[in-house]
Design a protein around this ligand. Structure first.
Ligand SMILES: Cc1cc2nc3c(=O)[nH]c(=O)nc-3n(C[C@H](O)[C@H](O)[C@H](O)COP(=O)(O)OP(=O)(O)OC[C@H]3O[C@@H](n4cnc5c(N)ncnc54)[C@H](O)[C@@H]3O)c2cc1C
Length: 464
C-alpha cells in the first residue's frame, strides 16, 4: 500500500532539517520532518545551546571573582554544578519545545521515528506504533553527526567523557585532560578550568584551535596559560589506562612518552557523520569516510536526494546547516538560490577569551597567491574594552593588496563572537577597504576595533 505522500521529506530535525522543513512549508510545499530523538538536533539539545548556557555560568563565576576590580563585593563565591547543568538543560528544553511550536505553526508534519530510504522517492519510518511508509520526489538527508571515538580513547561516561557526558557531568573534574583543541574541546577546557579544574589540553597539531589564524591561536594559548591551563601541542594521547577513580594517559610529545594521571578525560577528537542505517549504499549515494559527498547545491548525485549540514561535511556548524537547508528547500520549490560559500561562514569558539573568524587566515591567503595587507588592533587601545575590564584581545584583518577585498578577519577577546558578523556582512557585500574605512562605527563600542584594524592595514589607525 502506498504511504502518505509529500512534496519534501526531511530526515533529521536539527538546525539543518527543521529550518529546511519550515522554509519548504513557507514556500507552499507539503513537508514531513522525521526525527528519531529530539527536535532541534545536536545543536539545541547537546551542542551549541547547552554549552553556551554552561559557559555563561562559568563567565559569571569568573566575573564574581573580579568583583573588587569593579568596586563590588562578592563573598563566599561558589557554584553548584548540578544547578549549572539544570539551567543548561532547561535552556535546551525550552528551545527544543520552541522548534516543535514553529514546525506546527508552519504545518510541517513531524513524525517521531527512525527513517531509512529503501529506494529513491521512498522513506520508511520505524515509529513506536510500527513502520510508516512515506513517499516524496525530494528527500533531504539532515541526520547530522556524533562524536568520533578513537580506538583506546572511547568515552565510557565514567572517567572518559564525550561532549554529551561533559554536558551532564557525573562529577566535577579535579584534574582534567581534554584531548583535542578544536572548538568543542577548548570550550569544555575553558568551562571546567574556570570552575577550578586543573586542566591540560593535548593537541596533535602544532597549535591549539588549528583552524584559526596562527596569531590568534598563539594569543589564545597565552591567555589560557595565564588562567592556569596546561597546553601541550604536537602531542598525542596514545593510550588511556582506566582505573576506578583515575585514568593514566600515555602522552607522546617530542619523541618521548610520559604517563600522566587524571581523574577525568574529555575526548574531543572530532565528529563522524550519521550515515549508517539510511540505506545510502543501495541508493548509490557516495560516502567519503563518514560524510555524504555533495556538490555546492547539496545534491548527492542521486535524483531527488539531497544532503545538508553535518552529514554533508565541514564546516560542522549549525548556521552552515541551516543555510544549506534554506537553499535546498528553495531549489525544491523551483527557486534558483546561490550556493553557500564555505569561506564566508564564520566560525566562533565561546571560550574565555572568545575566538571568531571568517575567510582566509593570513597564511592561507598567502598560500593562495594573494599579496596581502594586514591590519591589527589590540583591545587595550579601545575605550569600551577598558571600561568593560576586557582589555586582552586583538582584531586582525587581511586584505588583498591589489583590489582591497577583505579576505579574512580574525578576532580574540570579549564578545568577538557577536562582532564577527560585521565582517561577514562586509564579505557578503564584497566590500573593500574603502567602504570599511568610510563606515562610521558608534562610540564607545568594541566594534570600533574592527574599524581600526582596517585602518591599520593601510597605515591609518588612530588609537594605536
Ligand atoms: C558540544 C558541541 C558544541 C557545539 N557548538 C556549536 C556552536 O557553538 N556553534 C555552531 O555553529 N555549531 C556548534 N556545534 C555543531 C552543531 O551542533 C552542528 O553543526 C549542528 O547541530 C548540525 O546540524 P544538523 O542539522 O546537520 O545535524 P544535527 O543537529 O546533528 O541533527 C540531526 C538530527 O537527525 C536525527 N537523526 C539522525 N539519524 C536519523 C534517522 N535515521 N531518522 C530520524 N532522525 C535521525 C538526530 O536525532 C538529530 O536530531 C556544536 C556541537 C557540539 C557537539
Amino acid at each position: 500500500m502506498a504511504g502518505k505522500s509529500f512534496d519534501m521529506i526531511v530526515i533529521g530535525a536539527g538546525p539543518g532539517g527543521y529550518v529546511a522543513a519550515i522554509r519548504g512549508a513557507q514556500l507552499g510545499l507539503k513537508v514531513a520532518c522525521v526525527e528519531r530523538e529530539h527536535l532541534g538536533g545536536i545543536c539545541l539539545n547537546w551542542g551549541c545551546i547547552p554549552t553556551k548556557a554552561m559557559l555563561r555560568s562559568s563567565e559569571v563565576f569568573h566575573l564574581m571573582h573580579r568583583a573588587k576590580e569593579f568596586g563590588l563585593k562578592a563573598e563566599n563565591i561558589g557554584y553548584d554544578l548540578d544547578a549549572v547543568v539544570k539551567r543548561s538543560r532547561g535552556v535546551a528544553k525550552q528551545l527544543s519545545g520552541g522548534v516543535g511550536h514553529l514546525l506546527k505553526k508552519n504545518k510541517v508534519e513531524v513524525i517521531m521515528g527512525e527513517a531509512s530510504v529503501p529506494a529513491p522517492g521512498k522513506v520508511s519510518v520505524k515509529t513506536d506504533k510500527g513502520t510508516e511508509e512515506l513517499t516524496s520526489k525530494n528527500i533531504i538527508l539532515a541526520t547530522g553527526a556524533r562524536a568520533r571515538n578513537l580506538p583506546g580513547l572511547e568515552a565510557d561516561g565514567e572517567r572518559v567523557w564525550s561532549y554529551k557526558h561533559a554536558l551532564m557531568p557525573p562529577h566535577m573534574p579535579k584534574k582534567l585532560l581534554v584531548i583535542g583543541s578544536g572548538a568543542i574541546g577548548i570550550e569544555f577546557a575553558s568551562f571546567f578550568n574556570t570552575l577550578g579544574a586543573d586542566t591540560t589540553v593535548v593537541e596533535v597539531m602544532d597549535r591549539i584551535l588549528p583552524v584559526e589564524d596562527a596569531e590568534i591561536s598563539a594569543f589564545a594559548k597565552k591567555q589560557f596559560e595565564k588562567q592556569g591551563m596546561t597546553i601541550r601541542e604536537k602531542a598525542t594521547v596514545k593510550q588511556l589506562d582506566r582505573a576506578k577513580d583515575k585514568v593514566t594517559a600515555h602522552i607522546e610529545q617530542g619523541g618521548k612518552t610520559e604517563k600522566v594521571e587524571f581523574d577525568t578525560v574529555i575526548s574531543a577528537v572530532g565528529i563522524v557523520g550519521n550515515t549508517e542505517g539510511l540505506g545510502l549504499e543501495k541508493l548509490g549515494v557516495t560516502v567519503d569516510r563518514t560524510h555524504v559527498v555533495t556538490d555546492e547545491y547539496c545534491r548527492t548525485g542521486v535524483d531527488g536526494v539531497w544532503a545538508i549540514g553535518d552529514i554533508a561535511g565541514a564546516p560542522w556548524l549549525a548556521h552552515k546547516a541551516s543555510h544549506e537547508g534554506v537553499m535546498v528547500a528553495e531549489m525544491v520549490a523551483g527557486g534558483h538560490p546561490h550556493p553557500v560559500k564555505p569561506e564566508s561562514i564564520a566560525g566562533c569558539t565561546y571560550c574565555h577569551p572568545q575566538v571568531a573568524s571568517v575567510g582566509y587566515s593570513e597564511a592561507k591567503a598567502k598560500e593562495l597567491g594573494y599579496d596581502v595587507k594586514v591590519g591589527r588592533f589590540p583591545f587595550i587601545g579601545n575605550g569600551k574594552a577598558i571600561a568593560l575590564g576586557e582589555s586582552e584581545g586583538m582584531v586582525k584583518t587581511v586584505f588583498d593588496a591589489k583590489t582591497g577585498e577583505l579576505l579574512g578577519a580574525h578576532m580574540v577577546g570579549a564578545e568577538v563572537t557577536e562582532l564577527i558578523q560585521g565582517y561577514v556582512v562586509g564579505r557578503q557585500l564584497e566590500t573593500t577597504e574603502e567602504d570599511l574605512m568610510h563606515a562610521v562605527f558608534p562610540h564607545p563600542t568594541l566594534s570600533e576595533m574592527m574599524h581600526e584594524s582596517v585602518l591599520d592595514a593601510y597605515g591609518r589607525a588612530i588609537h594605536f
